[in-house]
Ligand binder design. Structure first.
Ligand code: FAD
Length: 436
């Protein structure tokens, strides 16, 4: 055990940051209470809904991409952190406000909120280099937002957990002519409600979770809704939603698809995903770089090989988020506690590169490297084995995969079912379509 208690900085008080802080607090012999830096004035990150989009009243960018009518795309039985269930009286697929309430009670239950410094925006994190060229600590600089006054604070830490999320900075694809579009152009990050689109013709670009969800929310109010994408047809969409091929270009008021068809929408909504950004880190100084898929090389998708006290929690996509954060956090803390011995920096870099090479050889696209999908389960098991904590209950994987299959089969009805956990490895479906 370390002779001096370690001071951990957690950047961000969304689900990942709360999970990090909760587990740091669980080892008071090893760690001092964490300092959680949160740029906004509320915990919950993505799950904090606001009617505003763009910038807030003080000119800070709005972080959350949450929209008014969102219901979760995963049931609460698998959204929950493994050590803290949702309120059992809720249906499986809950409104976003229930998730925020859940995160607030998680934070309260584990005493996390007392350690959150609200309105502190971290703007610089740099290593204090030890003899080996590896960080022996970290200097963190933050700006305190508030009443027009900007105050910079500087503090020293032994380890950093980056928990800043990756659904806040829109990715705008390079579509020829997009700048010339004469209708209303927005990204799903700024979408809040269907009402402003009543009676309009809307084209949505991208059929990920947001594109499909927004199309279904808009179809009852908009005059016409078209969903442009390049994948196989989305099953279960209302029949009045037109599925059109990939968008090729925009010519003033017209959008042209790859098959030559044309629409003249009032509104174009880009549901084209988000970018990873870490403006408070100088990546090159840390042996890291921006990559097509985000940032790398990272050992096990979370640890900076040259500075193994810097962790990124929650970078992966197409995962079961809260249980995944739980595993990553426990792995990171096992490393810091000396309970998980790491290979050398060179070996960890080679391991990360080898994993990427294998993925590319198997036909994966570099920009999708962090989309773990089914691989998330072996990943979580491996973290548990390396760090010596209990693996995720089998029921999490089983319910997640059952929901995924139902969603592929019919995006309109997959939420019409409740799940019941009977134990860590047993569950049942409770049909309840009347409530959905
Ligand atoms: P975030 O929730 O984004 O939190 C990051 C926090 O960091 C924010 O509070 C931000 O203010 C803070 N921050 C950022 N930069 C700084 C800085 N420099 N200094 C200080 N603080 C900073 N997941 C599910 O499990 N089920 C769902 O149904 C689901 N639906 C989703 C729907 C939408 C529209 C979106 C966008 C995501 C959805 N997700 C869903 C995924 C969701 O993002 C994750 O579940 C999870 O909430 C992400 O948590 P996080 O802590 O990684 O990031």
């Amino acid at each position: 055990m370390a002779s001096k208690r370690l001071r951990v900085a957690v950047i961000g008080a969304g689900a990942a940051g709360l999970c990090a802080a909760r587990h740091v607090l669980n080892y008071p012999d090893t760690f001092l209470p964490p300092v959680v830096f949160e740029a906004s004035d509320q915990l919950g990150g993505t799950w904090v809904y606001t009617e505003q989009s763009g910038e807030d009243a003080e000119g800070w960018p709005i972080h959350s991409s949450m929209y008014h009518d969102l219901r979760t795309n995963l049931p609460k039985e698998v959204m929950a952190f493994p050590d803290f269930p949702f309120n059992p009286s809720l249906p499986s697929f809950v409104h976003h406000s229930d998730v925020l309430a859940y995160l607030e009670s998680y934070a309260e239950h584990f005493g996390v909120q007392d350690h959150v410094q609200f309105r502190w925006q971290v703007n610089d994190v740099r290593p204090v280099l030890g003899d080996q060229g590896t960080a022996s600590g970290w200097d963190v600089k933050a700006t305190v937002r508030g009443s027009g006054l900007t105050q910079h604070v500087s503090e020293h830490f032994d380890a950093i957990m980056v928990c800043t999320g990756h659904y806040a900075i829109p990715f705008i694809p390079p579509i020829p002519g997009l700048d010339s579009f004469q209708g209303c152009l927005l990204h799903s990050h700024s979408y809040r409600r269907p009402e402003p689109f009543a009676g309009l013709t809307v084209v949505l670009v991208g059929a990920g979770a947001s594109g499909v969800d927004l199309a279904m929310q808009l179809s009852p109010v908009a005059a016409h809704v078209a969903l442009s994408h390049q994948g196989p047809p989305v099953c279960g969409l209302p029949e009045d939603i037109l599925q059109v091929p990939r968008l090729l270009k925009v010519v003033k008021e017209m959008v042209v698809f790859v098959d030559g068809s044309v629409l003249q929408p009032d509104v174009l909504i880009l549901c084209t995903g988000y970018r990873y950004r870490f403006p408070f880190l100088t990546l090159a100084r840390l042996g890291l770089q921006e990559t097509e898929y985000g940032v790398g090389p990272l050992y096990r998708h979370l640890l900076a090989p040259q500075h193994p006290s810097l962790f990124f929690i929650g970078l992966c996509q197409q995962i079961c988020p809260f249980p995944h954060f739980h595993c990553q956090v426990l792995f990171a803390l096992a490393v810091l506690r000396g309970h998980c011995l790491l290979p050398s920096a060179a070996e960890m870099e080679a391991d990360a590169q080898g994993q990427l090479d294998r993925y590319l050889r198997e036909g994966g696209l570099a920009r999708h490297f962090l989309r773990l999908k089914a691989q998330q389960w072996s990943y979580a098991k491996e973290l548990a084995k390396l760090a010596g904590f209990p693996p995720l209950p089998p029921a999490v994987q089983e319910i997640y995969e059952a929901v995924r299959a139902r969603r592929l089969h019919n995006v309109g009805t997959y939420r019409n079912v409740n799940y019941r956990l009977l134990g860590p490895d047993a569950w049942e479906q409770v049909w309840d379509s009347g409530k959905a």
